[in-house]
Design a protein around this ligand. Structure first.
Ligand code: NAD
Ligand code: TYD
Length: 354
């Protein structure tokens, strides 16, 4: 079978990557989509069960830190495009094990850049290396009137955001130095189906269901800007196809929530779904020791993406959150399979230490 383009999506078995893989496999049957993933604790092929037999989909298990493996894979497929999502992604883990973040997020990204540079050496026409990054590289905001713009200076404050910032710099440096065709996007916090239950929203949903304590860091005053994961995937599609070579795009839903307000909302939604008396789950809220170096507020200005490329979120937060909660209710097996294993042990240790 011959394909119009061969695209490597890294981290496709993870939370956001699985939504991007599904979108590309179903929307573009003319592309071959190769999902390159190491299947770390965060990678789960269950996320892609519905498309695993699609004729234009291939899974390749491997580690982006392994330079030989990456070079061989790029040599084998001669990709036309790369959409790079593979990363260590959890801030708390970056505090306990920063080197894992340096290896995957920095060295892994550089291995991919080198491999793309090699195979595109003689012809860069139509090629694209798209690096998926985070708003956390911009640091934290204090003034409520301020938002992150594409021109905001980098000020990463956690090992996670420092590793992502470093990888962003390398991607742009390869564009400037070697003319590699690149794109970078920096997105706000995602939520939705398949979100790994160490992150705030799925952790709270699962703990409420199990009547377990709801650990809120510090006073719960920190603010995050939440975007539905399928809208992030749609933005990646638009930017990959229509973004300007060398360009950066901020992605966000203009949807800021203080953590404690969001946890209250989740408690109320869950009480209703579980048929519990209003206010029951709020009683599970437990204030725990704050995260070290906890960024106060993130907020994205996505005007450039909206005006230049016409993207906008397709769902409101209410709709997205309702779809998310419904998905977890229909897929408790998915979360139980994860939480019965090593992750549960990690979480227990984290919680006991706080
Ligand atoms: P995730 O942790 O759910 O998934 C990461 C995936 O990468 C997993 O499938 C994992 O197996 C794979 N992976 C990790 N190390 C690897 C390695 N060395 N080699 C190959 N594969 C490896 O992450 P996510 O939340 O889906 O985030 C995806 C990307 O989007 C990341 O680059 C992250 O920085 C970025 N991002 C995430 C958010 C968010 O809210 N989750 C927001 C903005 C940007
Ligand atoms: P998280 O989902 O880890 O995303 P990020 O740190 O990348 O923003 O956390 C979102 C917010 O919720 C962040 O301010 C930390 C806070 N938080 C808690 O209060 N309790 C928790 O158990 C977790 C996981 C996060």
């Amino acid at each position: 079978m011959s394909f119009e383009k061969k695209i490597c999506i890294t981290g496709g078995a993870g939370f956001i990557g699985s939504h991007v893989v599904r979108l590309f496999v179903t929307k573009y049957p003319q592309y071959q989509i190769v999902n390159l993933d190491k299947l770390t604790y965060a990678g789960n092929l269950e996320n892609l069960k519905d498309i695993e037999n699609a004729p234009n989909y291939v899974f390749e298990k491997g580690d982006i830190v392994d330079e030989n493996f990456v070079n061989q894979l790029f040599g084998k497929y001669q990709f036309d495009g790369v959409i790079h999502l593979a990363a260590e992604s959890h801030v708390d883990r970056s505090i306990t094990d920063p080197m894992a973040f340096v290896k995957t997020n920095v060295i892994g990204t550089c291995n991919l850049l080198n491999a793309a540079k090699t195979i595109w050496k003689d012809n860069k026409e139509g090629k694209r290396f798209y690096h998926v990054s985070t708003d956390e590289v911009y640091g934290e905001l204090h003034n409520p009137e301020e938002f992150f713009l594409e021109t905001t200076s980098y000020d990463p404050r956690s090992p996670y955001s420092a590793s992502k910032a470093s990888s962003d710099h390398f991607v742009r440096a390869y564009h400037n130095t070697y003319g590699l065709p690149i794109l970078v996007s920096n997105c706000s916090n995602n939520y939705g189906p398949n979100h790994f239950p160490e992150k705030l929203i799925p952790l709270m949903i699962n703990n409420i269901r199990n009547s377990k304590p709801l650990p809120v860091y510090g006073k719960g005053e920190n603010v995050r800007d939440w975007l539905f994961v399928k809208d992030h995937a749609r933005a990646i599609d638009v930017i990959f196809h229509e973004g300007t070579n060398g360009g950066t795009y901020n992605i966000g839903g203009n949807n800021e929530w203080k953590n404690i307000d969001l946890v209250h909302l989740l408690c109320d939604i869950m009480d209703q779904k579980l048929g519990k008396a209003a206010g029951t789950s709020r009683g599970l809220i437990t204030y725990v020791k704050d995260r070290a170096g906890h960024d106060l507020r993130y907020a994205i200005d996505a005007t450039k993406l909206m005006t230049e490329l016409g993207w906008e979120p397709s769902v409101t937060f209410e709709q997205g959150l309702a779809q998310t909660v419904d998905w977890y209710f229909d897929n408790w097996d998915w979360i139980d399979n994860i939480t019965s294993g090593s992750y549960e042990k990690y979480y227990q240790e984290m919680y006991e230490a706080s």
